[in-house]
Design a protein around this ligand. Structure first.
Ligand code: FE2
Length: 277
């Protein structure tokens, strides 16, 4: 099966890029499952119910979150009635919503999607390694799940790599989000798990991590309160990772970085275009 994971949608320009391009990509690449991180979709901070519905309507099967999960307070309520929106599984017990979900992919396969948050240079949460162990033991790859996608929302590449190796051979894809900068370590780990330390963002790359440059630069120079950071308004690029899985094992057979749009050197699964043509 064919999976696409896209990194953090930042603001309106990121949403427009997803809405304009994802329906075509779903068809062109005959994608079975699409997961997108949406924690910065509402003006850079959180997600609203209307935006979540738009992202799902554009072709996402599951939307994941992170440290900005609750910036839009309404998310605390509507996450309870939206099973395709998940927040990090290692929030304290009692937190609204769920940290994992199983969906039926376009090809009928059962896909477990787990959202985690790192603890290095982030808010202290419960242990993400213990949290993912619980989710995977309830729904193991090859027994209950046909594919498992893990979004590790974290700052430190060391913690993301540790999670990748921890789950190697037990998940289809472990991908980092949060830094908004795509890393070039797209690969398949020794036991068959696809991995990339950070998916990058779906946003305006002529910016500082998706936010307009002037205020972001000023904050580094003048240590005084300024105006609110606002998302860049330029055309956004999509960024993430594409995975072809082995239907028998649920592990990765091939993997490609995806970067489409202005600001980054473009990359996509050309093999999928060739076979689809
Ligand atoms: Fe984040």
């Amino acid at each position: 099966m064919r999976l696409l994971f896209l990194g953090d949608i930042v603001g309106r320009s990121g949403r427009i890029a997803v809405q304009e391009r994802l329906p075509e990509l779903r068809q062109r690449w005959t994608l079975d499952c699409v997961v997108i991180n949406g924690e910065n979709a509402a003006g850079g901070f959180g997600i609203t119910e209307a935006i979540c519905e738009d992202v799902l309507a554009a072709g996402a099967d599951v939307v994941t979150l992170g440290n900005h999960s609750w910036d839009q307070r309404e998310a605390l309520v509507f996450i309870e009635r939206q099973p395709r929106l998940i927040r990090p599984a290692n929030y304290p017990s009692g937190t609204p919503g769920r940290g994992a979900t199983v969906i039926e992919a376009r090809n009928g396969a059962r896909v477990l999607v787990v959202n985690l948050m790192g603890r290095l240079f982030m808010d202290p949460l419960d242990d993400p390694f213990a949290a993912v162990e619980r989710e995977l033991s309830a729904c193991p790859l090859g027994e209950v799940a046909d594919a498992i996608i893990v979004d590790m929302h974290a700052e430190a590449t060391s913690e993301k790599l540790a999670m990748g190796h921890f789950l190697d051979g037990r998940a289809t894809l472990v991908v980092g989000t949060h830094t908004h900068v795509p890393t070039s370590d797209t690969r398949i780990l020794p036991a068959g798990t696809a991995y990339q330390s950070d998916a990058g963002m779906c946003g305006d790359y002529d910016s500082v991590l998706g936010m307009q440059k002037d205020e972001a630069i000023r904050r580094f120079i003048e240590k005084t309160p300024g105006s609110r950071l606002e998302p860049g308004l330029g055309e956004a690029a999509l960024s993430g990772i594409a995975v072809e899985t082995d239907d028998l094992t649920g592990l990765a057979k091939a993997v490609w970085p995806v970067r489409l749009g202005p600001g980054l050197q473009e990359s996509w699964p050309v093999a999928w275009d060739a076979r689809s043509a």
